[in-house]
Design a protein around this ligand. Structure first.
Ligand code: GCU
Length: 345
């Protein structure tokens, strides 16, 4: 599977290199003058993100099909998320979906949404991410890096799951090698929780779990089924440590090449993507849980008290605000959403 992915990615790189030599950018031009828009992501074709992108493709092509041909590449066909962000920066591809975790290494402002226990409930998270005063300053901040964040996507709640050791408290993480996304925030979080952080790309996790190089990982429920992690990890504990959005980023030169009318249509398309992906999310999680429990034999552990996890990582909020004081007003706005949509007891 991985071999296939790498092979396909190499073939595509060859194609893109050829396109570049022939004078085309990643938003390549077909012979008929229709511009090809390549969008990469790392999820399967069953995933709500793929469903959302397909709706985006239909929306844009129905309105601007004489100018743009949208092509979606799932399952890391264009490379890992890190590689895809770089391809988007250079314009070798036009868009990709990246976890907010990774974007923190491109612009430190993204650190904010990676904080553990930042949001008091899923409603607070959704409302904060829908508030342009919260996302605007952060989404604008990667323009210097050559890309623009154009919308966010739901990626649920991240929880720990393990091969042998059920996790009830941070104590249980001691000495365990846990895969985290490649970001300083995630490494710090694991350090405070007592586990051993093993940063790696998403596509490498299944093999690392299977060969027991890892004791576990952390993610939303879809990783159990769509990525097969539940074939190996049999305990999934709801400690709810992060709600980290995925972000669709677009190459800046491409975004700036759009006329005002086209930009308006793309903006509507981003809303269609956001809404379709979010509408599909809850059902996708329910189905993943059902399959994980009944077909993979995963035990879901519902923790009555997560305060030990929260207390262990609490210093991270102050550390972030001390390091990036400019984020304080946005952090305060998020607290207003938290107060309005506090978790039900
Ligand atoms: C989630 C998220 C992805 C991310 C992955 C990971 O699946 O939606 O964008 O790549 O977690 O843990 O790397």
């Amino acid at each position: 599977m991985k071999q296939f992915r790498r092979g396909a990615a190499l073939a595509l790189c060859g194609l893109l290199a050829f396109g570049a030599l022939a004078g085309c950018s990643g938003s390549g031009s077909a012979d008929d003058g229709v511009q090809i828009i390549r969008i990469g992501h790392n999820q399967s074709t069953n995933h709500p993100t793929h469903t959302g992108l397909t709706a985006f493709e239909t929306y844009i092509e129905e309105r601007l099909g004489d100018k743009y041909d949208i092509q979606i590449f799932p399952s890391e066909l264009l490379g890992s998320q890190n590689e895809m962000v770089q391809l988007t920066q250079t314009g070798a591809i036009t868009f990709c979906v990246a976890s907010n975790s990774l974007l923190e290494t491109f612009s430190e402002n993204y650190t904010l949404f990676n904080m553990p226990y930042l949001f008091s409930s899923a409603e607070a998270y959704h409302n904060a991410m829908d508030d342009p005063e919260v996302t605007g300053p952060i989404f604008e901040s990667t323009k210097q890096a050559g890309f623009e964040a154009v919308t966010w996507l739901d990626a649920g709640t991240r929880n720990f799951y393990t091969i042998n050791t059920p996790i009830y408290s941070p104590e249980d993480l001691k000495g365990l090698k846990i895969r985290v996304q490649q970001s300083p925030t995630n490494v710090r979080m694991m350090e405070l929780l007592g586990g051993s952080a093993t940063p790696m790309g998403f596509g490498d996790v299944y093999t690392a779990l299977q060969s027991q190089m890892l004791d576990g990982a952390e993610n939303n429920e879809l990783a159990l089924t769509e990525n097969g992690h539940g074939d190996v990890c049999k305990y999934y504990s709801y400690d709810m440590h992060q709600m980290i959005p995925d972000i669709l980023i677009g190459n800046l030169d491409f975004m700036e090449s759009l006329s005002e009318e086209e930009r308006a249509i793309f903006d509507e398309g981003f809303l269609v993507l956001n809404q379709t992906q979010r509408d599909a999310w809850e059902d996708a999680v329910a189905q993943a849980k059902d399959r994980a429990e009944n077909e993979q034999g995963v035990e879901f552990i519902y923790l009555d008290d997560i305060s030990a996890f929260q207390e262990a990582v609490a210093p991270m909020h102050d550390e972030m605000l001390a390091e990036y004081p400019d984020l304080a007003p946005i952090y305060e706005l998020i607290q207003e959403h938290n107060a309005e949509f506090a978790a039900q007891a």
